[in-house]
Design a protein around this ligand. Structure first.
Ligand SMILES: NC(=O)c1ccc[n+]([C@@H]2O[C@H](COP(=O)([O-])OP(=O)(O)OC[C@H]3O[C@@H](n4cnc5c(N)ncnc54)[C@H](O)[C@@H]3O)[C@@H](O)[C@H]2O)c1
Length: 326
């Protein structure tokens, strides 16, 4: 059995817990949250598990194999304590709000040699795999179009609406699109962003961008653009990425996952057959159990490259100039 501790007991922790309960080799033994009530509430659903308010206390008291880091973006940093104890680690995106912190954690992970994975679950969709194979056979990719268009739904005072706590939509939310774009089309060499706060100015405490356009140059030479808004109308939303290659176009979209493959004479459509959250957790637990991490599709060092793209998109908008990513 793989003994797991979860740090941060909010929405995404609940998602992982429900997946981990379906994996026979996994046992969630401990929950930790600065709001002890939340940790206790989750612990009450797992027989024999314990609740903690402090990470160090949990690490000292429990015999764990792995830790899930499910805290908001501003609360990262304690990962070093986890991996220095030789514990394997799963980290939710975005991995940090600064490249300095993410690089320090990456170095600690490398020194410890532990299994590591980041929650970019769209990489685990079978539809993603289908698009990659189709594009590889019919490439090269020339143009990438991504979008993350959401209506505004955050309750007053939520950490997400604060730039210093959540990092803003590009870093926190559209990061899924940037990561998928990198996974399919390869690494980004140059980025230029235009971010603005134009539609939600009246929301108290709201200081993140609500509209943005980020243009990308890939190392392959391909070009791309990702548009984002968290201020859309409910009838004008959607999350998708399209890739135009030499002989085919492919569109990946929706949180549940679909692929559309556009040929000259027909459009093929496929719906995902896997739950990407369950799949990423199953792969992580198996990697911890066997020591073979080859199935992990989003190691920490790779997620750092996605963080770079989103942070440089912000910097480029502030400085009004493109940024080289490497
Ligand atoms: N992969 C996905 O699809 C996905 C979906 C939702 C959220 N997320 C990510 O997961 C992270 C958490 O999001 P959420 O929606 O679960 O947030 P949330 O606000 O619902 O829950 C976060 C929890 O962490 C706790 N917390 C804060 N600081 C802590 C600390 N230092 N130690 C222990 N606990 C602490 C809070 O009290 C809260 O209970 C975010 O980075 C978010 O981007 C990923």
């Amino acid at each position: 059995m793989v003994a797991i501790g979860i740090v941060g007991c909010g929405g995404i922790a609940q998602q992982h817990l429900s997946c981990l309960k379906q994996i026979p080799e996994a046992k969630v033994a401990a929950f930790c949250d600065i709001d002890l009530g939340r940790a206790k509430a989750m612990a009450s659903s797992v027989h024999g598990s314990r609740a903690y308010k402090d990470v160090s206390e949990m690490l000292g008291a429990e015999k764990l194999d792995a830790v899930y880091v499910c805290v908001p973006p501003f609360a990262h940093g304690f990962e070093k304590l986890v991996v220095e104890r030789g514990l394997h680690i799963f980290v939710e995106k975005p991995i940090a709000l600064s490249l300095e912190m993410a690089k320090e954690i990456e170095a600690a992970i490398a020194r410890a040699g532990v299994v590591n994975s980041v929650g970019y679950m769209w990489r685990y969709l079978d539809t993603t795999e289908l698009a990659i194979k189709t594009l590889e056979r019919n490439g090269p990719i020339g143009l990438v179009l991504g979008q993350y268009h959401d209506p505004y739904w955050f309750p007053p005072g939520h950490w997400w609406i604060s730039k210093s706590k959540g990092g803003g939509q590009v870093v926190e939310q559209s990061t899924h699109v940037f990561d998928l774009v990198r996974y399919v089309a390869g690494d980004v060499s140059r980025v230029y962003g235009e971010l603005g706060t134009l539609l939600l100015n009246e929301v108290p405490g709201f200081d993140v961008e609500d509209v943005s356009v980020v243009s990308l140059r890939f190392k392959s030479g391909a070009v791309g653009v990702v548009t984002s808004t968290c201020a859309s109308r409910k009838t004008f939303t959607g999350t998708k990425v399209s890739f135009l290659a030499k002989n085919v176009a492919a569109e990946l979209g929706g949180h549940a996952g679909y692929a559309k493959i556009y040929w000259d004479d027909r459009v093929e459509e496929a719906k995902a057959n896997v739950d990407p959250y369950l799949e990423e957790d199953r792969v992580f637990v198996e990697a911890v159990r066997t020591g073979d991490a080859s199935g992990v599709k989003s190691p920490y060092s790779d997620a750092l490259e996605t963080l770079k793209v989103t942070i440089f998109a912000n910097k480029s908008s502030e400085d009004r100039r493109p940024y080289q990513v490497d």
